[in-house]
Design a protein around this ligand. Structure first.
Ligand code: CA
Length: 235
């Protein structure tokens, strides 16, 4: 079963809300909704959604405030703002608060669906997950069976090692700091002064498995002052 993207619609106008719920359900989304800003914010902060469609003019709390609050907690959460206000200032304001995109009412449903799908793709949500990490000019790693064929040998990975590789792969456009790995992979609280050596030990083990010369890594590189970067391809 392919995972359905989970969408939250925060919209107070019944007709628009119902229309959006129907259309996105039809397009294969799992849709939840909120009728006012307070409920919308609570649901949005639950972290359960792949995408949030956010009206601006809402009872109790407006969409701009909700968007800022979401961004304070989660910089990655995809948000598209919906509004009748479409002056340049409004658009810039919404985007400066961290919205991923902006659709002015009245909008065409087809346009909106396309925008949502585009933002979802950019955010890394994939309807057809590829269960392999393809190292650049190198072997492919099977993320389900936790193994890779390297030099005619089957190399096995631990679950933790695979989580590290998957996290680095999802963020392969940049080096990932050790602290971020500890937070996102190990689940340690942020801002704790934790020994980052545990990350280095795991990286060293991974290099012994992946690299023909672990001292000159071709795939799992150290970026000075930045962290670790995986050289892998998209899909
Ligand atoms: Ca409204």
């Amino acid at each position: 079963m392919e995972p359905k993207p989970k969408l939250l619609v925060v919209e107070d106008e019944l007709a628009i809300r119902t229309g959006l719920v129907d259309v996105f359900t039809f397009h294969g989304f799992e849709v939840d909704f909120a009728e006012d800003g307070e409920i919308g914010l609570n649901k949005a902060l639950s972290g359960n959604f792949d995408m949030i469609l956010l009206d601006v003019m809402l009872p109790k709390k407006n969409g701009y405030d909700i968007c800022s609050a979401i961004r304070e907690q989660d910089r990655q959460q995809p948000v598209i703002m919906l509004t009748a206000r479409n002056t340049d200032e409004d658009i810039i304001h919404g985007l400066s608060l961290g919205a991923d995109d902006y659709v002015a009412k009245p909008f065409s449903i087809t346009q909106l669906v396309l925008r949502v799908q585009a933002v979802l793709r950019r955010s890394g949500f994939d309807n057809k997950p590829d269960n392999h990490i393809h190292l650049s000019n190198g072997p492919s790693i099977d993320t389900v069976n936790l193994c890779a064929e390297i030099d005619n040998e089957t190399i096995a990975f631990t679950k933790r090692e695979m989580e590290i590789l998957q996290y680095l792969h999802r963020h392969n456009d940049r080096p990932v700091p050790r602290e971020e790995l500890l937070h996102k992979v190990w689940g340690y609280e942020q801002d704790l002064n934790i020994e980052t050596r545990t990350v280095d030990i795991h990286i060293a083990k991974l290099r012994r498995k992946l690299e023909s010369d672990p001292k000159q890594p071709a795939f799992l590189q150290t970026v000075r002052g930045g962290g670790y970067k995986l050289l892998s391809g998209q899909g």
